[in-house]
Design a binder for this molecule. Structure first.
Ligand SMILES: NC(=O)c1ccc[n+]([C@@H]2O[C@H](COP(=O)([O-])OP(=O)(O)OC[C@H]3O[C@@H](n4cnc5c(N)ncnc54)[C@H](O)[C@@H]3O)[C@@H](O)[C@H]2O)c1
Length: 428
């Protein structure tokens, strides 16, 4: 057994993943199992339900969780433990942590869509109350049952906003009225969802201080891609959301090209963000797990690989589309979000590199891979083509009428739902 700088096991750890049924939780479970860690997950399947709520589904068919576990057993020859439950239930969270006694907890189980949080007051409150409650329950349960475990908490680069200065990696030195201090870099989030992450960050930092917990707060850039080396079988695919509420800009652009629709960067398209390939995000999370901070240390990692503007992504998606005989045009609809469309963006991201992170995927290669998968599942996209255009407006207090005005979905033939459960309810 290898031990790290703080006496922690770097290999053969027991890792608890909250949100194991999600876009990033699923490939992380596969990656950690393949690296020899043991993995147990928690999920309540609420993302599947919320995506259905806005009339969409994953472009890739996602089997029911028991079928996913069976595929892991068959393909990887490993057991993936699972507890179905809601992080809003403290007794459940405490019981699972007490029973499993994990070395690390990777906390991914949150409402992760900015537009979903902006639909109306109910969605704003659900997002903030749900996200903060889950994190606080995990922190208290860790303190009670496994205080030496390491919490790897998913935040977002979106916590920082787009200030007109370089963005520090968590903390920076400030000089004000002749005195100096090291302080958290200011957060200026751009949606109720992103603000929930800011408040979470404060709670995790405070808990690490008062209870001497080990914590890594991951400022995650936008993740792109649908495959990792462990996904060698369709039953192991992860979800791919393409609707305006759940899909990232790049996901929507590729879906639009496949559907023969114009690619639509919002507004001027100069919005610049940090991005990382799914495989490299999994690499980074694994590095964080295998290099825990000391007890009481709250560490912040800016986890992205390269920054692109929305226009650059649109152009790249259009360029690669031509290799598949698709000829999308690019149009600029009014921006439904309230955000700067031309701005400075220069975040520091050094710590993962110092821990051994190396880029393994290039943007165009991953885009090519996504096209290959989406073209195979084109009929699932086509059946939900009405959900790609923007309906949720930041300036509106209630976007439900716009969402409800969209055409009702058509269901594709069951033959398209490869390896998935028998009904739409059990798939996503
Ligand atoms: N995907 C990205 O590009 C991206 C970028 C930045 C940050 N993040 C963050 O990474 C994390 C994971 O994102 P994702 O894309 O995998 O999201 P996801 O919605 O696909 O996965 C989250 C999983 O958690 C589960 N879940 C949510 N609330 C729960 C609860 N209360 N109890 C139990 N299970 C619950 C959901 O059912 C889902 O399976 C989120 O915290 C998100 O904010 C993601």
């Amino acid at each position: 057994m290898d031990r790290g700088a703080h006496g922690h096991r770097v290999s053969g750890q027991k890792v608890l993943i909250t949100g194991v049924d999600g876009y990033s939780g699923w490939p992380l479970a596969l990656h950690l199992l393949a690296r020899g860690h043991s993995v147990v997950g928690i999920d309540n399947f609420v993302t599947r339900k919320r995506v259905r709520e806005v009339g969409s589904w994953s472009a890739t068919p996602i089997p029911s969780f028991p079928r996913r576990q069976a595929a892991v057993r068959e393909v990887l020859g490993r057991e993936l433990g699972f507890h179905r439950g809601d992080l809003a239930d403290y007794d459940f969270v405490r019981r699972v942590l007490a029973e499993e006694r994990p070395d690390a907890i990777v906390h991914l189980a949150e409402q992760r869509s900015a537009p979903y949080s902006m639909i109306d007051v109910r969605h704003a409150v659900d997002t903030q109350v749900g996200n903060l409650t889950g994190t606080l329950h995990l922190l208290y349960a860790m303190k009670e049952t496994c205080p030496d475990a390491h919490l790897v908490k998913m935040g977002t680069m979106g916590e920082y906003g787009t200030p007109n200065v370089d963005i520090a990696e968590g903390f920076f030195e400030v000089e004000y009225r002749g005195r100096k201090d090291t302080m958290p870099f200011p957060r200026q989030a751009g949606s109720w969802y992103h603000w929930s992450k800011v408040f979470d960050s404060g709670d995790v930092m405070f808990a690490a201080r008062i209870w001497k917990l080990r914590a890594t707060d991951v400022m995650q850039g936008v993740i792109y891609g649908v495959r990792t080396p462990e996904i060698t079988d369709d039953r192991l695919l992860t979800r791919f959301d393409f609707d305006e509420t759940w899909g990232t800009s790049l996901n929507r652009f590729i879906a639009q090209a496949v559907l023969g629709l114009p690619i639509t960067p919002y507004g001027k398209g100069g919005q610049r963000r940090g991005f990382i390939a799914l495989e490299d995000s999994m690499q980074s999370l694994r590095i964080a797990v295998e290099h825990p901070p000391a007890p009481g240390e709250y560490r912040v990692l800016n986890q992205f690989d390269a920054a692109y503007t929305v226009n650059e992504l649109a152009e790249r998606a259009a360029e690669v589309a031509r290799e598949f005989d698709l000829r999308p045009t690019i149009e600029h609809p009014p921006n439904p979000r309230t955000e700067a469309e031309e701005h400075y963006y220069q975040p520091v991201h050094d710590k993962l590199l110092a821990l051994g992170y190396r880029r393994s995927r290039e943007l165009s290669d991953v885009i090519r891979e996504i096209y290959r998968d989406l073209l195979r599942f084109r009929r699932r996209l086509d059946a939900r083509r009405h959900v790609v255009a923007a309906a949720v407006q930041w300036a509106n207090a209630d976007s439900r009428p716009a969402l409800e005005a969209r055409a009702p979905p058509r269901t594709p033939p069951p033959s398209d739902v490869a390896g998935a459960g028998p009904t739409e309810r059990s798939t996503a």
